[in-house]
Design a protein around this ligand. Structure first.
Ligand code: HEM
Length: 385
């Protein structure tokens, strides 16, 4: 088969202004071969959902996923019963009630605490002041790791993501990546050694669903799953509200709309724009036959703007009746385990901004639009008040 639109796609276009291209692909080539990605790109919503629900045919358990080579095996690169076991170790702690009872008050206070130093300044850049730091402090607090500062986590994250990218281009695991994983292992060990320090890591270890050697990779994957994604999620919804003054006014007037604003922002701009799978056999997806072993990238960004499901899909519509039908957290076995915590975190962030800054003016020139090939967010969200 020929894929003329797919042949024109560049990584740069996907990173900067992907919407027209994704809309065209969705209409004419919902499953398309993209030479620039050396893989298939699925923009059709039905086809993307079919693939993410079918781990037998579209797996994450493939040696080309370099994350596992750096941090060790975790739920992110497993399918089948082992994946179920790894997820089961964490799932109950991420349930809505557990998040509400255990973290909502803390999140509200933490978001306000992070903003307070800026209250008298007249200007604030919300991604670096709030979205980024809140993502890190939230997950450190949630895991309960002892003696871990936000800057440690960011340093580990940088070294580990660099190592993962390096490996994808054929390099061995970097020394910095190895030391970062070793540092996490040491912090897990210290946390477990302190009998007086209650933590989720301790609970997970003691329950024995995971073997002791599996606790560090599991901790790392939960920690890193929460950082760049949650930062992007919060930055994106603030950006959407600031660039849609009518929506901002509605949300200010009726705080119950904050949840809707978060959902609509998740739909329009998924902070993680794509997820990757590998075909375990020759598979039929839509009209296309995909050979065994091929990379299949599912575009959440594309699928979330399907006009048949979301009329006028590029519009930020606070009152859209079905925005929660976005697939930003994917469907099927790998559905984001942290989604309730992430949503609570972002809602706290938005509420804190509305509380502390009753009149914000967006500075578009010193901000940016959401961009990125995999992780999408604006470079800055600058406001004056
Ligand atoms: C507290 C914050 C978060 C935590 C702790 C977290 C953790 C995780 C973990 C551990 C997984 C792997 C689940 C599995 O493979 O079974 C996962 C999957 C996923 N998460 Fe999250 N996450 C968080 C926030 C977010 C946010 C904000 C987004 C996007 C807006 C996001 C998008 C995803 C996606 C798309 C997947 C599926 C990956 C795939 O199917 O390959 N996550 N998350």
């Amino acid at each position: 088969m020929e894929f003329p639109i797919g042949a024109t796609v560049t990584a740069q276009a996907l990173e900067t202004n992907p919407y027209p291209l994704l809309a065209e692909l969705q209409q004419y080539e919902p499953v398309s071969w993209i030479p620039a990605l050396n893989g298939w790109l699925v923009t059709g919503r039905d086809q993307a959902i079919e693939a993410m629900k079918d781990a037998d045919r579209f797996t994450v358990d493939d040696p080309r996923f370099t994350t596992a080579k750096v941090i060790g095996d975790s739920m992110l690169n497993m399918d089948g019963p082992e994946h179920t076991r790894h997820r089961a170790a964490f799932a109950e702690f991420f349930r809505p009630k557990a998040v509400r009872d255990g973290f909502e008050d803390w999140l509200n206070e933490e978001a306000r605490r992070l903003l307070q130093p800026f209250e008298s300044g007249g200007e604030i850049e919300l991604r670096s002041a709030l979205a980024g730091p809140l993502a890190v402090t939230t997950i450190v607090h949630f895991l309960g790791l002892k003696d871990v500062a936000a800057r440690d986590v960011l340093g580990w994250y940088k070294h580990i993501t660099n190592a993962i990218v390096g490996m994808a281009t054929g390099m061995p695991v970097s020394a910095e990546g190895q030391s970062a994983v070793e540092a996490i292992r040491e912090r897990v060990r210290n946390t477990l050694a302190d009998a007086g320090h209650a933590s989720l890591v301790q609970t997970i270890h003691d329950r024995g669903v995971l073997r002791p050697d599996e606790v560090t990779p599991a901790t790392a994957v939960v920690m890193f799953g929460a950082i760049e994604t949650s930062e992007g999620m919060t930055a994106n919804v603030l950006w959407h509200l600031l660039t849609n003054p009518a929506a901002m006014a509605s949300v200010r007037a009726d705080r119950s709309l904050v949840a809707a604003a978060v959902q609509e922002s998740l739909r329009l701009e998924p902070a993680a724009a794509v997820v990757d799978r590998y075909a375990t056999q020759e598979v039929q997806l839509g009209d296309v036959t995909i050979p065994k072993g091929d990379l299949v990238t599912l575009s959440l960004l594309g699928a979330n703007r399907d006009p048949a499901v979301f009329p006028d899909p590029d519009r930020f519509d606070l009152l859209r009746p079905n925005h929660q039908q976005h697939i930003t957290f994917v469907e099927g076995p790998h559905r984001c385990v942290g989604l309730h915590l992430a949503r609570a975190e972002t809602q706290s962030a938005v509420n804190a901004v509305l509380d502390l800054f009753p009149k914000l003016t967006f500075d578009a020139e010193r901000s940016g639009d959401p961009q990125g090939l995999i992780f999408r967010k604006p470079a800055k969200v600058t406001c004056t008040f």
